[in-house]
Design a protein around this ligand. Structure first.
Ligand code: SF4
Length: 467
């Protein structure tokens, strides 16, 4: 008899990665349209948890209007003789995986950023109560992580109740992150890897080091160590560091070997502390994107919750599309908020000296980690809404990137007038001709370009230095 016989829809690994479009959605839980949403796991005493209990506080699925969106919280309490508080983050991250095992249920992101969609099809099949989801989670957690002896699940949909626990959850996440600060990458001989997101980004491998927190911001090096210990064959595993090839960029032979293996040969090199060259891959559930702004030769940063467009006119969702999918994209880099608090943050690119713009909300969250002399030099949406405004702001505040801009020079034309009459002449012929503009690289293969006239101008305004 199947473990899920009493569940009205199928449950299995084959549903991981299933995308549900809005037009096929019965209800949305969490996401950008609501302010408060969370998932939280707490370790409790054996006598404090009623095994298998599922509670719903607020409207149940069947009471929700078709197409509606709701504040949402998943609160899981676990108990077991060997369970320690250190494992809370690891158990919590599995909520993403196990929810996605349920046919017609899509779970994205983590912690305070969760977003779920239930499909109309699964709702019509009878998945109309949180009890079913709670039962599935209870059974999967207990069978996959036997260290959990008892587990109870509470779903919150009542707006005020969600908000109440949301505030508490934020404090708990912060305390967890703070515990993991202080340890240096050089002080450990092992890193940890995670491939939980491969269902959505098949070549993505997170490399979790003490000073480079996972992209989702939900798994620290300590969490990785705990997870690899309790479930060594699971999605989180040990990476032997191997030889340090480049301390500035953060390249390790052991990381390269493991990532190559786990990405099935797709990714062969990783530079941990840079957004250029061979940056750490980006899955899709990163908390923020660091994006190169060529006009000022600096990095902008935008977090998932930012609803406006950024300084380059693009919204988070557009920048995230250019970044995600398990790729290494030069100048587009998925990061966690916690990584911004690390001394290794974009170290090879200049660290905070290279950051030029970020939303006020995220600046506030990391303000204690921005070097004091730079804090006023990084613009927010209040100071700059366009790259021209940004350029003026950076100049006015003497941001370190300004010193790297080339001096303005007079426009100079070097082609004689009679060249107007000259026949078309090839100005470029190459096997591959890379053009870089606006953060994109376009490669023309076997290109031959003809022009009637060639005008060579020096740049009219300050030009970014070469990376
Ligand atoms: S972002 Fe990284 S650490 Fe977080 S779940 Fe995905 S693969 Fe794992």
């Amino acid at each position: 008899m199947s473990m899920f016989e009493d569940i009205p829809v199928d449950v299995g690994v084959i549903y991981e990665g299933e995308r549900i479009r809005y037009k096929d959605t019965q209800v949305q839980l969490g996401g950008e349209r609501v302010d408060a949403k969370f998932e939280l796991v707490r370790v409790k005493g054996l006598d404090e948890v009623e095994d298998g209990k599922v509670t719903v506080i607020g409207p149940d699925i069947k009471d929700m209007k078709e197409g509606s969106t709701h504040p949402f919280g998943i609160y899981i309490e676990v108990a077991g003789k060997e369970l320690e508080e250190e494992l809370e983050g690891v158990v919590e991250r599995r909520i993403h995986e196990y929810c996605n095992f349920i046919e017609g249920l899509m779970h994205l992101n983590q912690r305070y950023d969760i977003f779920l969609r239930l499909s109309k099809k699964s709702f019509q099949k009878g998945l109309n109560a949180f009890q079913y989801i709670g039962k599935v989670l209870h059974r999967l957690f207990k069978s996959e992580l036997p260290i959990i002896e008892k587990m109870q699940v509470t779903f919150f949909t009542h707006p005020e109740k969600v908000k109440g626990l949301y505030d508490e959850a934020l404090q708990i996440y912060e305390a967890r992150d703070a515990r993991a600060r202080g340890l240096k990458d050089e002080e450990v001989d092992k890193f940890y890897g995670c491939i939980l997101c491969q269902s959505f980004a098949p070549t993505h491998v997170c490399v979790i080091t003490p000073q480079r927190y996972s992209n989702c911001g939900a798994i620290s090096w300590f969490d990785g160590r705990a997870a690899a210990r309790i479930d060594p064959k699971g999605p989180i595993f040990t990476i032997e560091k191997g030889e340090l090839i480049d301390p500035e960029k953060g390249e390790y032979s052991g990381v390269n070997e493991t990532v190559k293996k786990k990405s099935l040969g797709e990714i062969t090199r990783v530079w941990l502390y840079t957004g250029f060259g061979y940056p750490h891959t980006s899955c899709g559930c990163f908390e923020a994107v660091a994006f190169y702004v060529p006009e000022v030769d600096g990095f902008g940063i935008v977090h998932r919750g930012y609803k406006d467009v950024t300084v380059n006119g693009l919204a988070f969702s557009t920048l995230a599309d250019s970044t995600a999918g398990g790729r290494q994209v030069d100048g587009f880099h998925g990061i966690s908020i916690e990584y911004m608090r690390s001394p290794k943050f974009l170290q090879a690119d200049g660290g905070w000296k290279r950051v030029v713009w970020m939303p006020k909300e995220v600046k506030e969250r990391v303000k204690d980690f921005i070097p004091v002399e730079l804090a006023d030099k990084v613009a927010t949406e209040e100071e700059a809404k366009t790259t021209d405004e940004l350029k003026a702001f950076l100049k006015e505040h003497n941001h370190p990137v300004v010193g790297q801009w080339k001096e303005e020079v007079a426009v100079e034309e070097v082609v004689p007038a009679e060249a107007e009459e000259a026949p078309l002449m090839p100005v470029a012929a190459a096997a591959t001709l890379p053009l870089t503009a606006g953060g994109f690289k376009i490669i023309l293969k076997d290109a031959k370009i003809y022009a009637k006239k060639v005008i060579i101008r020096r740049v009219k305004s300050e030009k970014p230095r070469k990376r």
